[in-house]
Design a protein around this ligand. Sequence first.
Ligand SMILES: CC/C=C\C/C=C\C/C=C\CCCC(=O)SCCNC(=O)CCNC(=O)[C@H](O)C(C)(C)COP(=O)(O)OP(=O)(O)OC[C@H]1O[C@@H](n2cnc3c(N)ncnc32)[C@H](O)[C@@H]1OP(=O)(O)O
Ligand SMILES: Cc1cc2nc3c(=O)[nH]c(=O)nc-3n(C[C@H](O)[C@H](O)[C@H](O)COP(=O)(O)OP(=O)(O)OC[C@H]3O[C@@H](n4cnc5c(N)ncnc54)[C@H](O)[C@@H]3O)c2cc1C
Length: 649
Amino acid sequence: MDAPLLKERERATFNVTELIHLLNGSEEETKRRKELESWLYNNPVFRQDDRYQISREEVYERGLQKTRELVNLCRRKNIKFDSLDFARLNISTLEELPFFLHVIMFIPTIRGQGTEEQKRKWLPLAEDLKILGTYAQTELGHGTFLRGLETKATYDVSSREFIVNSPTITSMKWWPGGLGKTCNYAVIAAQLYTKGKCYGIHMFIVQLRSLEDHKPLPGVTIGDIGNKYGFHTVDNGFLRLDNVRIPYENMLMRYAKACDYIPPVNPKINYGTMTSIRVDLVKDASVILAAASTIAIRYSAVRHQTEIRPGEEPPVLDYITQQFKLFPQIATAIAFHFAGDYMHRIYDKVQSEIFDGHLSAITELHGISAGLKAFTTDTSIAGVEICRRACGGHGYSNASGFQRFYENWLGSATYEGENTVMYLQAARYLFKCYDNPKEAPETMSYLRYPQNKMEWNVKSADDVSNYATLITAFEQRALSKISSTAKKLKNLTHYGMNRNDAWNAASVDILHSIKAHCHYFIVKNYMQSLNHLKMSSPLRQVMTAVALLYANYGIDEHAGDFLESGFMNGKQINLVRAKILQLLKEIRVNAVAIVDSFDFDDRFLRSALGAYDGNVYNRLFKWAKLSPLNKTEVHSSYKYLRRILQSKL
Ligand SMILES: CC/C=C\C/C=C\C/C=C\CCCC(=O)SCCNC(=O)CCNC(=O)[C@H](O)C(C)(C)COP(=O)(O)OP(=O)(O)OC[C@H]1O[C@@H](n2cnc3c(N)ncnc32)[C@H](O)[C@@H]1OP(=O)(O)O
Ligand SMILES: Cc1cc2nc3c(=O)[nH]c(=O)nc-3n(C[C@H](O)[C@H](O)[C@H](O)COP(=O)(O)OP(=O)(O)OC[C@H]3O[C@@H](n4cnc5c(N)ncnc54)[C@H](O)[C@@H]3O)c2cc1C
């Protein structure tokens, strides 16, 4: 163990194991997670040290090998795909495996939108991996605007079949994970046509490849869409269907019937699978940012550079600017951890209502999950990059471990709902609640009260150490944004603009309003979660400092909003900034211990900079020697170099 990290750990003022169990939910949860991880990480197939030295095809093939190992492990240990254990395994690999969509979207769509009979037929096949499916909704021409999707499923009454067709090039399915080479089935989102009338988007199970030789079936043109920023393991694919016939029973009909069409009670119930992934992405944002913070903090405690006082080369973690970069990332990761817990609680509650036939809460769930998905993924993507940059040159090396997180996580601003669109969807719900405050859910209860102007009763740095005053600050900032935007919308329509054009004209203000609302919710939920948790006083002291940093940092980052709201003045902003510096100093002694509490296995981080023992330089050198260029002392391309060296200008 590298001496600096040892010293850092010895200085900690709280019990790391206590925080590990708190973040995992309990000691039993920690034990179970570590047991599952040991089964995974002890398998050589999950090697990663040559990840960046192999081709895309080898990466894809490795993905299938890992899938095989993961599936065999689940079978040996009787772990079901919809179990918490599988979810733990999934995040512990954090690999975008080619069969990923089969588990997170294909099966859940059948489970959520199939009739009992359809579930009896398809779920055993899917859960036993007799068939492998993906979720094929996005098309070349449309990903966001689902009502604009062009794939058609036309009901042929005479044969009791649907004819599924891609009428144009823009109607080709494009992006679905595993579609290119892996899956032999898909749930296809298509416009249902019956008796000459279009009834909108419904979901259809379509076989794409033979179960005998995996060749594409007649009428199916299918393949990989090519290299991307990340998700290299996944064969995101394209699919064109040329009047492919499927049985009537292949339309998922829990909520709608095709023959003599019966519409769903709420047409958006077909969008339910997307909501479930958005809910997961909130917690994923916490995990990704916690992993990046772990790498950056451990490295910053080991990396000594330049001088504060002549003759002393300190760890870069002693630079206040380094703390100002990194400690808010730790705080954000923990804030999003609690937001993810909240999202899962709400999702489970609404899901049980839906299965009892009450669909009213799906609009609220959509409004909240769309906003938090956008807010947490945007923030965590930026946070990973801050962590990477804080590691200087070695942060730019693949040996740092950042690229794996960053390249896959970048997509989260787009997949499962492009973030701007998600913000606007959440805002649509927020402004509806603003106009009808009595209908506002608990997360928007502050809209119910009269918007009386308030002043922040803050006179000293101690006042910015109070959860209630900080929550009020974020509430007033959000209210100020929402009410001024509502006024703008009212004026625009008052002077003759229709509601949609007014919405578009005010959409930048609307975006600021929903982001302020999400930020308020995250702060409030974070602090209330800590208040409800039992912990020792040393740990509570640390967690309080981190939570206060999250809130005060948020005020400093958006100082203009808080001043504009009239709720705060310049002097108070300076009190906040003074508080931030005081909190950085307080957190410094525990920084390494806090990221140790995220409890990432080295084989998950795969980082020469963030390994638990801090043995950075030997790991970097060992990794560099793996470079294919180092297979020979003189590279075979020397012949070109020699000509360059011998040529005359
Ligand atoms: C390191 C990585 C780790 C983990 C990664 C894990 C997973 C991710 C990896 C890959 C998976 C990616 C898979 C995909 O991307 S699948 C495709 C995702 N696509 C989308 O999200 C499409 C986004 N577009 C839409 O959802 C819709 O088009 C829309 C933007 C919502 C607009 O729909 P539209 O029908 O036009 O509705 P509006 O006219 O705007 O009216 C809105 C109306 O409908 C209600 N609504 C909308 N959506 C939902 C929903 N999901 N649930 C419930 N209700 C919904 C909305 O509330 C509003 O209701 P009103 O009462 O106001 O009318
Ligand atoms: C890694 C990855 C995996 C994916 N996996 C799948 C999958 O398995 N299955 C699947 O079906 N799809 C998948 N997708 C597709 C993904 O869901 C879509 O790309 C996503 O929904 C965005 O849609 P789009 O590409 O049409 O973007 P667009 O909507 O075209 O976005 C382009 C720009 O237009 C703006 N814009 C669009 N509409 C509005 C609006 N109403 N108001 C304001 N601005 C707007 C957006 O903000 C954005 O800036 C995946 C995508 C990626 C990157």
